[in-house]
Design a protein around this ligand. Sequence first.
Ligand code: SF4
Ligand SMILES: [Zn+2]
Length: 144
Amino acid sequence: MSAVIGSGIVRIVNRDPWQARGACRRYGRPDLWYPEKNTPPQQILEAREVCVGCTVRSECLQYGMDHPEESGIWGGLTERERTGLRSGRSDKAFAQCNECSKEFVKRGGWHRYCSDECRKTNELRRGREYAARVRAKRSKDGAA
Ligand code: SF4
Ligand SMILES: [Zn+2]
């Protein structure tokens, strides 16, 4: 449930104690969690970036999944995305970094790594591993 209070929309917190711990409550832009038809995608991404670090994201997403009548973003997913998840589609909003395992918000070409640093670290490590395999094979072939 939500209510319009002052200039922004805020979620009423008394029903579920976890809601009081939501990172969105301290962000100062409650409107970000209520995108409308013409809302730029950047705004949704901004809300997701807050959600991805939120300590109660799983409770929030579960709540959003259990309450299809709720509007707005819950657990980082829009109404449409939650509807998709209910009908078995996978969540395409977040991914786990191949290097550091941190969950991150997918944007643009970023689907495997949370940052450029993780991408470079992963590439360097794979390069070193490849070189070690080549060296090991060479020394094995040389010994034969
Ligand atoms: S997951 Fe997102 S919407 Fe839910 S409480 Fe946390 S910051 Fe708010
Ligand atoms: Zn990472």
